[in-house]
Design a protein around this ligand. Structure first.
Ligand SMILES: NC(=O)c1ccc[n+]([C@@H]2O[C@H](COP(=O)([O-])OP(=O)(O)OC[C@H]3O[C@@H](n4cnc5c(N)ncnc54)[C@H](O)[C@@H]3O)[C@@H](O)[C@H]2O)c1
Length: 253
């Protein structure tokens, strides 16, 4: 039987903007039953059955916010089929950045996924097996030039997703990690060097939804991402030297 999102309960965090918003739009057309979560309310999304998607305002950087999201879903009597843990932020950061910046980045870009994963692991005890799709980034292996906090949290998120994927696979839990390169969203508004190679949110969301249905662990959205990763790991020392040169030019432009 062909797998599809029709009638599946799909939760998306960071659903009011960018990639999350577009995932919601495409999933609505494909007949999913949506639970949209974000700090800020976005435009209402109409599902294929005509009903508006459920919106839950919550802060997934906090344990209480993630717990609230799962509790609300349970209270509505919904059983989650797919969970897109997608919310993320970027702050310009360097080696001198403050504790506050690090705390914000770690709690949003890493701990949100850890807290979602904890709730999903607990749900497994009830027989539930939601497919967890974590939005990391190609920065998870290629790094990023303007934010040490972004680069570090995305590397860590990839490690977290990989561990969850191999440790729970035999128990039937599917885990995917989405690793887009640049995508046109407000996140890259202030990062000009990323804009040249940016793809549309529509294309990024299409690749993420397709990769998830194909049960891929690593989902990329741009041609050549895997080749770039392979080249880097074939010569990590060379990569660091090349990026040091490239960085000067890229940030000057
Ligand atoms: N845009 C890119 O080039 C790009 C590339 C690779 C990965 N990503 C990743 O994709 C994901 C989505 O980013 P985007 O580009 O769509 O950004 P975006 O800024 O357009 O959307 C992010 C959404 O997440 C929400 N959010 C932020 N913190 C939250 C919190 N604590 N609780 C709940 N919601 C919160 C925001 O309100 C916003 O609606 C992020 O994880 C980002 O790191 C983006």
């Amino acid at each position: 039987m062909r797998v599809s999102y029709a009638d599946k309960v799909v939760v998306i965090t960071g659903a009011s903007s960018g990639i999350g918003k577009e995932l919601a739009a495409q999933l609505a057309v494909q007949g999913a039953r949506l639970v949209l979560a974000d700090l800020q309310e976005g435009a209402s999304v109409q599902q294929a059955d005509g009903a508006p998607a459920l919106f839950i305002r919550t802060d997934v950087s906090q344990q209480a916010g993630v717990r609230y999201l799962f509790d609300e879903v349970r209270r509505k009597g919904l059983r989650i089929d797919y969970f897109f843990s997608n919310a993320g932020i970027s702050l310009p950061m360097n080696g001198a950045s403050s504790e506050d910046d690090w705390t914000r980045m770690l709690s949003t870009n890493l701990m949100s996924h850890v807290r979602v994963g904890r709730c999903i692991t607990e749900l497994m005890a009830t027989g539930s097996r939601p497919h967890l799709v974590i939005t990391a980034s190609a920065s998870s292996f290629l790094s990023e030039l303007t934010s040490i906090g972004y680069a570090t949290t995305k590397y860590a998120t990839f490690g977290y997703a990989e561990w969850m994927a191999f440790s729970y696979r035999k128990q039937g839990l599917k885990v995917s990690v989405a690793c887009p390169e640049a995508v046109w969203t407000p996140l890259i508004d202030d990062i000009p060097y990323l804009q040249a190679g940016a793809i549309s949110v529509q294309e990024a969301a299409r690749q993420m939804l397709r990769g998830t249905l194909e049960d891929k662990f690593l989902i990329t959205t741009h041609e050549g991402t895997v080749e770039k990763m392979q080249q880097k790991y074939a010569d990590v020392d060379g990569y660091v030297r090349t990026i040091a040169d490239f960085r000067e030019d890229a940030l000057r432009a």
